[in-house]
Design a protein around this ligand. Structure first.
Ligand code: NAD
Length: 391
């Protein structure tokens, strides 16, 4: 059953996970609201059904659309006239695959958290399922939503820094510098369990964001990677620090660092791209600015909101220069891009500017393939070079 007439109403959104005490589900709900494209109307919000129903009631979800689990939600929604158009999956990694599969098979589009799956096999299967069903599967690589990241991408594509030579991307965090998974921290507990998180610790959790960001801005594909993983917190089963060298097509070289033990770093995602004639630096904690330096020139700080920025950056900007935007707006840009694509698909037309560069199932697959190659390089090849299976 194809959705129809999506252009004259808000999209009906369902959510799996994201219940009380969860982290990212709340950010999804902000992002869905800000540009007015969605109504949250259904959910299976918690692994504990009773807690999920209580959360649904607090969030004004009709009782008959609060479900005990995702399977009941698929069944309950698929037969309704006013069924959801799209579901957001905000659960731990190991559940993404079965949940996304069930909704895609029911003909419902999916917004899936990263990493898309915990195994490469599942990522391939999910990407193929999205293609086969013709349903949209978007992946929330948050940081590609920022206007100044789009500006950097447009500048690289326009040749402002010349041919790219060197890509340095780092994503250091402090919060897992001690064994908080053993002290009742919900988010750290599943992130350090290989069955729930997947093979890559820091590299799966945040390395996938950094890898996507570097590829998004430069347009470069990785040809091979070589990785050194470390686990600094005693007893932890997965890496909490990763150094990855990347050889990109065309000869550019990359270095990616992800760390969950970097004391003093709150959310220190930073990208530096060095070309033949200039360089760009973007830092997530100062997202309204992009530093551009021409060969032998003085660094210039380009600021969000100015009239002379690219169309891609301006399309993703809400407030005037000097009135800061941030994380919620970046996440909203993804949600508005997903909405543009879902509506356009329903009408068989192109999505337009907001659909540009929106991460979808192949981007999810590339992220999982990157993690797989990184862990293989470290575990099986003593840090030797390997091509990611999908790039
Ligand atoms: P969390 O532990 O804070 O929340 C998980 C939620 O899912 C909880 O409400 C839990 O009850 C619920 N849940 C678990 N299994 C479920 C099931 N089978 N059915 C229904 N609900 C279920 O986790 P989190 O930190 O919010 O992370 C969730 C996902 O979001 C992960 O995949 C993570 O990698 C991703 N994430 C992405 C970003 C980003 O920037 N895009 C940031 C943080 C987390």
């Amino acid at each position: 059953m194809a959705s129809t007439n999506l252009s004259n109403r808000r999209l009906r959104l369902g959510m799996v996970g994201g219940g009380k005490g969860a982290y990212i589900g709340g950010i999804h709900r902000f992002a869905a609201r800000l540009d007015n494209h969605y109504d949250l109307v259904a959910g299976a919000f918690d692994v504990d059904a009773a807690r999920g129903h209580a959360f649904a009631a607090e969030n004004f979800i009709a009782p008959d659309r609060s479900y005990g689990d995702y399977a009941a939600m698929v069944e309950g929604e698929r037969g309704r006239e006013d069924r959801i158009d799209v579901v957001a999956i905000c659960t731990p990694n190991h559940t993404h695959y079965p949940i996304a599969k069930a909704f895609l098979e029911a003909g419902i589009d999916v917004i899936c958290e990263k990493p898309m799956t915990t195994t490469l096999e599942d990522a391939v299967a999910l990407h193929e399922l999205a293609e086969a069903t013709g349903r949209f599967l978007g992946v929330t690589y948050t940081y590609s939503g920022y206007p100044m990241v789009h500006e950097a991408r447009a500048m690289v594509a326009r040749g402002d820094i010349g041919r790219v030579r060197v890509v340095q991307v780092e994503y250091p965090l402090e919060w897992m510098a001690t064994g908080i998974e053993l002290q009742g921290n919900q988010q750290a507990a599943w992130r350090t369990d290989p069955k729930k998180n997947g093979r890559g610790g820091s590299i799966g959790d945040i390395g996938t964001h950094a890898y996507h960001l570097a590829g998004f801005v430069t347009g470069l594909k990785a040809e091979a990677i070589a990785a050194d993983l470390a686990t600094f917190v005693e007893g932890r089963a997965l890496d909490d620090n990763a150094h990855v060298m990347i050889r990109y097509e065309g000869g550019a070289r990359g270095l990616l660092w992800s760390s969950q033990v970097a004391i003093g770093q709150s959310n220190g995602l930073r990208l530096r791209v060095f070309g033949e004639t200039g360089s760009l630096v973007w830092h997530q904690e100062h997202p309204n600015e992009l530093v551009f330096t021409k060969l032998f020139g003085a660094p210039e700080t380009i600021k969000r909101g100015r009239d002379d920025l690219s169309e891609d950056a301006r399309a993703r900007t809400r407030t005037p220069p000097g009135h800061p935007e941030g994380y919620i707006e970046a996440f909203t840009n993804l949600y508005s891009g997903f909405a543009a694509i879902i509506r356009a698909n329903a009408e068989g037309r192109a999505a337009g500017p907001m659909g540009e560069g929106i991460p979808a199932s192949y981007d999810g697959l590339k992220g999982v393939a990157f993690v797989d190659a990184v862990v293989d390089s470290h575990e099986k090849h003593n840090g030797g070079w390997l091509p990611p299976r999908f790039a």
